[in-house]
Each structure stands twice: as structure tokens, then as C-alpha cells.
Design a protein around this ligand. Structure first.
Ligand code: PHE
Length: 340
């Protein structure tokens, strides 16, 4: 092995030895082995005078470069060992110290309210069904008796994915899926997200949540709708809460109504929340339009039914006294942790 080959070998050997070294002492003995007074690299540097003039120049240059590299490596290894040691000093576990309480998350207020709505309706015999948020025009509009050119479609118009598919503007699309897949009688609730191109402000969001309800059987009457909804409102908001139905229009129900509850803040006396009139609108409802039954192949002469749809955000805001809908979506822990 000539001198240059020896230098090459020293470099590799030092790297291996350092990689295996455990503790500062072992690092130091590697250093002594190569750079000490009788070290391997030291003796090559010492015997340079035995070499020819050309060899001396080449080997001398390489040996000095290597020495510089090795010194740097040893310093680095030494420092690493020392900081490892000092890190563990005083780090023994003190079992008498108080523990660090892990931060436990809380259920989101919208989820809580949605779960509560579902629970009440499930106790009245409803079963949960779900449907797609990306929906075709047929399910979101046509099958619900909202023709392409009907003006009522404006209010429900939404975000289109392409020419035919869109983000559903209400959960009523699920009514159609459920009726296509099941024969009556049925009694379902359909919770989920909906989308509308509304400008965001304290009471509007482009995305919010609804719980839809549908009950179909022979002989379902408007009074059944009224009974279910007033029972629901009393359980949700308190037994002294009154409900009132106001005539309204929805293409998929006929007749249709909006349902108000007596204001839960002022108990109907009139306050800022109910704009002084004592009532709060909380949902839309009605008897299923026979045209909707026809679109899913149910016989409207045999079956009748009712449907309703409520906004979860609106109910949560009323229950908790939240004045800005945006708080639900901002993930501000200071807001969320209040709902334990
Ligand atoms: N889909 C209606 C809305 O989003 C609510 C509704 C559902 C009304 C079912 C009547 C019956 O406003």
C-alpha cells in the first residue's frame, strides 16, 4: 500500500470508528490512534522526508488536508457526545411533580345540536338516511318539482361542478334517493351539509347544515306534521314553547308553511333577537307535493306524506345565543372550548 492509499484507508477507518464510538472517551481514543503522537496519520506526516520530491509534495498536501478534515470530525463528534450527556443531566423523572393535563377536544357546537335534533326525531320513530353532497340537477331540482326555468330555483341556486352536477343547495335531494330505494311507509331524517352562493355575513354562509325530515304512508295528514313539529320544538327548546305555522311556498310541498317558535329569549314578549315580534322562524315544511311522488314512482292517490327542513346553524345560534354564524367555522379554540 503506498502512502496515498494509506491516507484513503485512514479516512475510511476513522469514519467507521467514529460511527461506532460510544461516548466521549471512545471518540478520544480514536483520535489518539490516528492523530496522537504515535498516531497513523502523524507517522505518515513524519516520514515524508523518506519520499521522492514529487511524492513528498503530493502526499504532504493530501495528508494535511486529511488532518484538517479529521480534526473537524473529532471536534464535531466530541461536541455531539457532550451535548447528549448534558441533556440527560437532571432529566430523571420526578414522579412527585404535578402531571401535565392533556388538552382534550370538545364536540363542535354544530355537531352537538345536530345530534340532539336527530335524537329527538329518532325517539319519534325516524331513521337516519344520507345522500350525496355533489348532486345532479335532477335530484336537487327537477325531481323536487323545481323546473329549470322556474323562478323559485334562484333562491336554491348553487355552485356547479359542471353542466349537470352541483353542490346540493338543500338536503331535500335525499328525499328522492330514499323514495327511489324504498317503498312506503317510511319515516326518515336526512342530516347534512348544503351550499348556496350567499355572501358571507353574520347570519349567512355559503355552506351550512340542515336536517330534513320525510314521512310517507297511507293517510298521513297535515295534523301529523303539526304534531311531530310541535312535539319536536317543545323537546328541543322547552315545554312552554309555542309553535305557529305560516303559509309559505315550496315547490316540493303543497300546501307549504314556515314554522315559528315563540321567542326563546323573551318568551314571546318581543326583543332584539325576534325583532320585537315575539316569534322566531326555524324551519320550512309542508305536505309532499304529488308531483314529487310521481317523479319517484309512488302513487299519489294511495300515499300522502309530509316533509320538513331546518337549519342547524340557526337553531344552534338561538340555543347558545351566538350572534355570528362565522364563529362556527373559524376553529377558534377560545370559542369552541366553551361547549363542554
Ligand atoms: N328545502 C327547503 C330549504 O332548503 C326546506 C324544506 C324542506 C321545506 C322540506 C319544505 C320541506 O329551504
Amino acid at each position: 500500500m503506498n502512502a496515498l492509499e494509506k491516507l484513503e484507508k485512514i479516512k475510511i477507518d476513522v469514519e467507521t470508528a467514529l460511527a461506532e464510538a460510544k461516548g466521549a472517551q471512545e471518540v478520544d481514543s480514536v483520535r489518539v490512534k490516528y492523530l496522537g503522537r504515535k498516531g497513523e496519520l502523524t507517522s505518515i506526516l513524519r516520514s515524508l522526508s523518506d519520499l521522492s520530491k514529487e511524492e513528498k509534495a503530493e502526499v504532504g498536501k493530501r495528508a494535511n488536508i486529511l488532518k484538517g478534515e479529521l480534526v473537524a470530525k473529532f471536534t464535531q463528534a466530541q461536541n455531539a457526545m457532550e451535548s447528549e450527556q448534558s441533556n440527560s443531566v437532571g432529566k430523571e423523572i420526578d414522579v412527585t411533580l404535578p402531571g401535565i393535563a392533556p388538552r382534550v377536544g370538545t364536540v363542535h357546537p354544530l355537531t352537538r345540536v345536530m345530534v340532539r335534533i336527530n335524537e329527538i326525531l329518532i325517539s319519534l320513530g325516524f331513521k337516519i338516511a344520507e345522500g350525496p353532497e355533489i348532486e345532479s340537477e335532477f335530484y336537487n331540482f327537477e325531481a323536487l318539482n323545481i323546473p329549470l326555468d322556474h323562478p323559485s330555483r334562484d333562491a336554491f341556486d348553487t355552485f356547479y361542478i359542471d353542466k349537470e352536477y352541483l353542490l346540493r343547495s338543500h338536503t331535500s335531494n335525499v328525499q328522492i334517493h330514499v323514495m327511489q330505494n324504498q317503498a312506503p311507509p317510511l319515516q326518515v331524517i336526512m342530516p347534512g351539509r348544503v351550499y348556496r352562493p350567499d355572501a358571507v355575513d353574520a347570519s349567512h354562509s355559503f355552506m351550512f347544515h340542515q336536517v330534513e325530515g320525510l314521512m310517507v304512508d297511507k293517510g298521513i295528514k297535515f295534523s301529523d306534521l303539526k304534531g311531530v313539529l310541535s312535539m319536536f320544538c317543545k323537546t328541543m327548546f322547552g315545554k312552554d314553547i309555542e309553535t305557529r305555522l305560516r303559509p309559505h311556498f315550496f315547490p316540493f310541498t303543497e300546501p307549504s308553511c314556515e314554522v315559528d317558535i315563540s321567542c326563546i329569549m323573551c318568551m314571546g314578549k318581543g326583543c332584539r333577537v325576534c325583532s320585537g315580534n315575539g316569534w322566531l322562524e326555524i324551519l320550512g315544511a309542508g305536505m309532499v307535493n304529488p308531483k314529487v311522488f310521481e317523479s319517484v314512482g309512488y302513487d299519489p292517490n294511495e300515499y300522502t306524506g309530509f316533509a320538513f327542513g331546518m337549519g342547524v346553524e340557526r337553531i344552534a345560534m338561538l340555543l347558545y345565543g351566538i350572534e355570528d354564524i362565522r364563529l362556527f367555522y373559524e376553529n377558534d379554540v377560545r370559542f369552541l372550548k366553551q361547549f363542554k
